[in-house]
Write a protein that binds this ligand. Structure first.
Ligand SMILES: Nc1ncnc2c1ncn2[C@@H]1O[C@H](COP(=O)(O)OP(=O)(O)O)[C@@H](O)[C@H]1O
Ligand SMILES: [Mg+2]
Length: 266
């Protein structure tokens, strides 16, 4: 295989749906080819949902070791609504995260932003796609992700601070990009869009349109009650929708985004 296609999901604001997005994109891509999702957030949201069995083993904190490396574990998910039993998700591995990431970041000095790039090149033949769930704190971990991303997906909500989070992210990207040969393909999209907040989202769209017309996608990811329920019960959005007999509108919208940006090359 050639170099994996790397999709990073980032915004310096928390709660905009980065983890939910990364998780769904990873599931979508894993239906096509071997995929790795890298949890770079010390909150470990993605790890709790996709790999609780290995949350406390070798984590993404290994990116701060010399030499930097990644450990990948098989992804699993809850098998049914009424059981804690878990089943494997085909074609998907997880590099997990927990509080260790925060501790090691505090201690690390002189960390190279190339750590993730090096770690990925060591496993590049194993995966066609790599999805990265970035932390909201603009840490070195985020910079490492910005170094390797071919695609940068930026969810924003109607909350103005999520727009500020996007601004801060692009400031970080401008620093990192000096070390890259080319810029990533960027897609900003309105996320968790609900009818109740329609006018707030209309304002948000106008703001993004004025600032980043070249990046704004015309696909919105809707709010869906089952998406929120899913994640509070440690289900992936897609699995919960399937088990409760509903189509996942957020996952369908993300599929459209994957197609629109030609992430799978078609
Ligand atoms: N499409 C959606 N519909 C409803 N709730 C959602 C949707 N996407 C995310 N959420 C909920 O929003 C909250 C924040 O999402 P999360 O992915 O954890 O954000 P972040 O990683 O940016 O902090 C979570 O409670 C999640 O379940
Ligand atoms: Mg998160």
């Amino acid at each position: 295989m050639t170099k994996p296609v790397v999709v990073a999901v980032a915004n310096r604001k928390g709660g905009v749906g980065k983890s939910a997005t990364a998780e769904s994109i990873a599931l979508i891509l894993a239906e096509l080819a071997p995929t790795l999702i890298i949890d770079l957030d010390q909150q470990g949201t993605v790890s709790s949902i996709l790999c609780p069995e290995h949350k406390d083993e070798n984590t993404s904190a290994s990116l701060y070791k010399k030499p930097a490396f990644l450990s990948a574990y098989p992804a699993t998910q809850r098998a049914a609504l009424d059981t804690a039993d878990r089943v494997m998700i085909e074609n998907l591995h997880v590099s997990t995260a927990n509080k260790e990431l925060e501790g090691i970041q505090k201690m690390a000095t002189g960390i190279s932003i190339f750590g993730l790039q090096k770690a990925i090149s060591a496993i590049k033949d194993e995966y066609k796609y790599i999805v990265i769930d970035c932390p909201p704190n603009g840490s070195d971990a985020q910079s490492m992700a910005l170094m390797v991303a071919d695609y940068l997906l930026v969810p924003v909500t109607h909350d103005m601070s999520s727009m500020e989070g996007a601004d801060e992210l692009f400031t970080d990207l401008n620093v990192v990009i000096e070390n890259r040969d080319s810029a990533p393909t960027i897609g900003i999209f309105l996320n968790i869009v609900s009818h109740q907040s329609r006018s707030a989202y209309a304002i948000a769209r106008t703001v993004v349109e004025q600032k980043y017309p070249q990046y704004l996608l015309d696909i919105e990811v809707p709010h869906q009650g089952t998406a929120a329920t899913a994640r509070s019960a440690y289900f992936t959005t897609a699995a919960y929708a399937k088990l409760s007999g509903r189509k996942s509108k957020p996952v369908e919208a993300l599929k459209e985004i994957v197609q629109k940006l030609k992430i799978t090359g078609e």
